[in-house]
Ligand binder design. Structure first.
Ligand SMILES: NC(=O)c1ccc[n+]([C@@H]2O[C@H](COP(=O)([O-])OP(=O)(O)OC[C@H]3O[C@@H](n4cnc5c(N)ncnc54)[C@H](O)[C@@H]3O)[C@@H](O)[C@H]2O)c1
Ligand SMILES: N[C@H](CO)Cc1c[nH]c[nH+]1
Ligand SMILES: [Zn+2]
Length: 439
């Protein structure tokens, strides 16, 4: 099986517009999906558990008769962990610890300061009361996503974590449940798709209503999250996985080929791009890919993804490579080169940056520590990895001393009168301190 991947030269006329079309990803679902999801969300909102059961039976091919069958108890999670190999449990525990340690550094403390008048101003940080974590389970099981979504919530101090995961045909994945046990999830429901998102957003008799829903999922999940945003908070809308490798031409071509495969194997719409100033190296990686493809269990998905959305880009020099990397604003950027610390200075847009030849993106997916839920489709221009900050909210704190209030009221009063808001003005003016003569 040989691969037919697009090849670009940055010198070619029209390169930038071709790059734009290569990157274009329509994250907006089509009309059919929109309507199907709107119906599911509305039915669950109106009918609660009965609609939830009906859609779960329909889309996950189950025979659930009562809502109590949808919940997995903590005792059952512990039993599932017992069925997982010791080696795998050790890896889950080690990964959970590393992800926890990393996210501990993201904790934002409350802060305040005092002015000379005695007025105190500050910001109070509060963890969310209850969050819903969506763990995908339609085509593959993702225990690593359990850890990546739950650990920052735990570090933030979220009061209660509700996890949902679909179990198509009633097949439960023990590794996912073991990860939920290790991460300390409070309640687990075997529901998925738009119906799970709606249940978390509006609450049903059996599924508690949450304040925020986080976690990746397919187009039905993403569309439902967009629809319930406002009723609850959401983290982001994550599209297909992406990797951009920039290489100086000196890394083993087999390593780079496999790094590109690692994201291509996620799904047919995933995107893997390689940029290098070394044309001979690009050819060597292509040869490695053709050699290694046959060995891959997910070779059909890899081929579809690389031929549909993959690319090799030959550039003039590393400076130009960095410019293009900023245009791509990839979910994952690998800087496979001698001096990544020098070049990382030039990177402005990327979800996660993997520095050096010995830092494959796959290590970040599982256990390096940073989160693997990252902005995709160029949204790294304005958004950030999932983190502790997504599970905390901020309240402003204002305490006025009598002198401080008096000073502020003198500023506020003209502003309020300028807006013709008399009650505002008077409320402030009442606080203006009167002198000894009542002035
Ligand atoms: N960004 C990340 O960190 C990350 C991590 C893991 C997975 N992912 C991505 O998440 C996605 C998971 O997708 P998935 O499908 O495997 O699982 P999923 O859990 O997101 O979706 C499964 C659910 O989709 C619903 N569904 C399927 N067909 C439907 C239809 N015709 N009508 C209505 N509902 C329908 C069903 O309710 C089913 O339970 C993949 O694209 C994967 O690459 C991303
Ligand atoms: N690379 C995915 C996010 O884009 C996350 C993941 C989970 N398992 C393996 N990889
Ligand atoms: Zn991955």
């Amino acid at each position: 099986m040989s691969l037919n991947i697009r090849e670009f030269s940055s010198r070619a006329e029209g390169f930038r517009s071709e790059l734009e079309s290569l990157l274009a990803w329509d994250s907006v679902s089509d009309n059919g999906v929109q309507q199907a999801v709107a119906n599911i969300v509305e039915q669950v909102r109106l009918k609660g558990d009965s609609a939830l059961i009906e859609f779960t039976n329909q889309f996950d091919r189950r025979q659930v008769a009562s809502s109590s069958e949808l919940e997995i108890t903590r005792e059952e999670l512990a039993l599932a962990k017992g069925r997982v190999s010791i080696e795998l449990v050790a890896s889950l525990e080690a990964a959970a610890k590393r992800v926890h340690n990393y996210h501990e550094r993201q904790i934002q403390p409350s802060w305040q300061y005092q002015e000379d008048s005695g007025t105190v101003l500050g910001q109070k940080i509060t963890p969310l009361d209850r969050v819903g974590v969506y763990v995908p389970g339609g085509k593959a099981a993702y225990p690593s996503s359990v850890l990546m979504n739950v650990m920052p919530a735990k570090v933030a101090g979220v009061g209660e974590i509700i996890m949902v995961v679909p179990t198509p045909d009633g097949i439960v994945n023990d590794i996912v449940l073991a990860a939920a046990y290790i991460a300390g999830v409070d309640r687990v429901f075997t529901i998925g798709g738009a119906q799970a998102v709606a249940a978390l957003a509006y609450g049903t008799k059996s599924v508690p209503k949450v304040d925020k829903i986080v976690g990746p999922g397919n187009i039905y999940v993403a569309t439902a999250k967009k629809m319930v945003f406002g009723v609850v908070g959401i983290d982001m809308i994550a599209g297909p996985s992406e990797i951009l490798v920039v290489c100086d031409g000196k890394t083993d071509p087999d390593w780079i080929a496999m790094d590109l495969f690692s994201q291509a194997e996620h799904d047919e719409d995933a995107q893997s791009i390689l940029i290098s100033p070394d044309l001979a190296f690009l050819k060597a990686v292509k040869a490695s890919m053709n050699k290694l493809l046959e060995t891959q269990s997910r070779k059909d998905i890899i081929k579809a993804s690389l031929e549909g959305r993959g690319a090799f880009i030959h550039v003039e020099n590393m400076d130009e490579a960095m410019d293009i990397a900023n245009v791509v604003a990839a979910e994952h950027l690998e800087l496979s080169m001698d001096d990544p610390e020098k070049w990382v200075e030039k990177i402005r847009h990327a979800g996660a940056i993997f520095m050096g030849r010995h830092t494959p993106e796959a290590l970040g997916d599982y256990c390096a520590g940073p989160n693997h839920v990252l902005p995709t489709s160029g949204t790294a221009r304005f958004s950030s990895p999932l983190g502790v900050y997504d599970f905390q909210k901020r309240s402003s704190l204002i305490y006025c001393s009598p002198e401080g209030a008096s000073e502020l009221a003198k500023i506020a009063s003209p502003l309020a009168r300028g807006e013709s808001l008399e009650a505002h003005a008077l409320s402030a003016e009442y606080r203006i301190l009167k002198g000894v003569n009542g002035e």
